[in-house]
Write a protein that binds this ligand. Sequence first.
Ligand code: FAD
Length: 686
Amino acid sequence: MFKKDRISAIRPELEALVGAENVRTDEGEILMYSYDAGMARARPEVVINFTATGQVAPVVKILFRAGIPFLPRLAGTNLSGGTIPLKGGAILNLSRLKKIRQIDTAAGLALVEPGVVNLELQKALEPFGYFYAPDPASQKVSTIGGNIGENAGGPLCLKYGVTADNVEKLEVVTPEGEVRTLSYRDQGPDLMSVMIGSEGTLGIVTHAWLKILPLPAHIKTASAAFPSLDSAMRAVTRIISAGILPRALEAMDKVSMDAALSGKANPFPAGTEAVLIIELDGADAVRVKTELETVHKICSDNGCEAFKVAGDEGERALLWQARKGAYPAMARLAPDVLVEDGVVPRPRLPEALRETREIISKYKLTAGLLFHAGDGNLHPNVIFDRRDIEEVKRVKKAGYEMLKSCIRLGGTISGEHGIGVEKRVAMNWLYGKGELAFFHSMKRAFDPAGLANPDKILPVASDRSPSKPDLAGAFVFPGKSGLSPEARGVIDEIRLRAASGTRTAVTGLGTRLKPARIMEGAKPLDLAQLAGRAEIDRENLTARAEAGLSLEEFRRQLGEAGFSLDLPELKGSVGGLIASKVCPGIRGLLLGLEVATASGELLELGGKTVKNVAGYDAVRLFCGSLGAYGVIISATFALSAGKDRERAPFAEPAGWDDFEPGDIHRRLKKEFDPQNLLNPWVYRNI
Ligand SMILES: Cc1cc2nc3c(=O)[nH]c(=O)nc-3n(C[C@H](O)[C@H](O)[C@H](O)COP(=O)(O)OP(=O)(O)OC[C@H]3O[C@@H](n4cnc5c(N)ncnc54)[C@H](O)[C@@H]3O)c2cc1C
């Protein structure tokens, strides 16, 4: 059966906007955009090439009116099928939009178009003495737009954060063709953070204001050779828990090393099974040197057989070439490579690696293990030949088992490569029905017509898979049964109120929410009762605090245990500080939330890993949500080892709650709380 031609009718309008030569339906072009770096394949109906950012919104408006699906595409290096047009429609090729518009070192910002290649930006920043932290191994070709679409990471993200931590502001074209500027500092829920990692399913980024940093004055790079992966992983955990935060802490197993060093002299002792690349930086040479000595000692104590510090820039570059060249080296060994991307809490890395190796051997496959060890992010590179159907089946099964192993160990299914189409089914294993429904409602609020990169990230009907991993012994949020009696009481109360349509004023310690602001008729729900002792995971450097715990008391408990929280001096409860977003930087420390919806359903969002791009960033959406999207029950934070630093007093922004909801905020509210039961004065007329 022939597919209906949906493009001819709008072609004249499109051509008038971008030029006839940029509206392509010829077979060569269609074939070229039918695949990306992942395994999936599907044909678009048209490829539209853009030559100016201002063309994007009017083109999207035309497609929206015509009901034609579309997706933004850049270098196509994503590894999850994110740029495959599953429902046909238009590929929006933004790769010619590659101007670096401004480098403002005084403000610490660079304004760029989405098609700027990551490495080109680094090169442009270097003469100013600056760099942009996210450095994916694909940085020679992957672009800022694609990095934002996937929330890309790289070796430097251990110290400097992933893409989401390094974006100040975005200009976005909504799926209806409207232009919006979003920043995490905006009043109200953090829409900018939700856009990052949304794989083109919520809108299209047309400009990005990126945070840039001065190049560190001193960098030391070392390699450490270990007789086993286990001993290398033990060293990783010890380094981090000693309070040292390397700018990179990468690991390779013997298979990856042999591939990367093929044809070159092997600098490591015989019997080396794992190599760590450790890079430290800072402004103070003495401190960097002292940290390097400590790292050396930790490695030696854990069985390291050769610790070598790069003597000059050339030796350093060689080490990084080996690490960044390991994937292409594996790719040269076979026609195809599957790169997995699971994450586990760092202390669970030895188990995760053991299980990964067992899976690889069970399915008789060859894989090199590469990982961002400091982040607990594993990249098994499984080589195969897609023409061998039996082998493809084994690769797929092995991949799924690796993801299930990460989930069982308290981790997640993607740290940086995204879900796309290839891991949709695994979303069913990671999340419950409530969380998936929540993500679907986020998608509807941003893209009511469902045209932006459809059928990506969230499972569709055909992704049914009953075989959830066995979670015995895994870290999961306490879940309903593990909650404190007070938390259970709060959730039961919310459910009762929902049944009777009672409006609720969510109240913490009363630090900011003044009674005069509470709308008449809303019954207070006291969260100060949620103040149980914080649960500190010493090895993982994380802590879970109930929402009513004051920051002061949380800090006191952390201090007693030898940890600190990198936040300024602030008054109020943990939940209140997240919901009010008086300090927008709180988002950078938040790893997970337990939230009760307006109907009293408990959602477990995020978790305990420092990287997680599985699904939309609902955790950050709650920053600034002013208690109107759901009730925060507890939060999990990333900690720093060691004592609290001296903190300067923090000047809270005036009018933190003078929030005027925009259309997307309102649609989200309608999805989450259609009866406007929670803090109803925030959205008076939904
Ligand atoms: C050899 C190799 C090494 C890699 N190493 C890493 C690594 O170390 N770290 C890492 O994180 N990833 C890595 N990747 C994966 C990949 O490079 C990243 O996901 C990268 O960010 C994709 O960028 P891109 O320009 O290729 O984007 P594309 O693949 O074209 O697009 C990626 C996604 O973003 C969406 N998108 C594109 N443009 C926009 C826009 N303007 N607005 C909104 N959404 C948009 C797309 O629809 C798609 O869903 C690697 C891939 C390869 C092949």
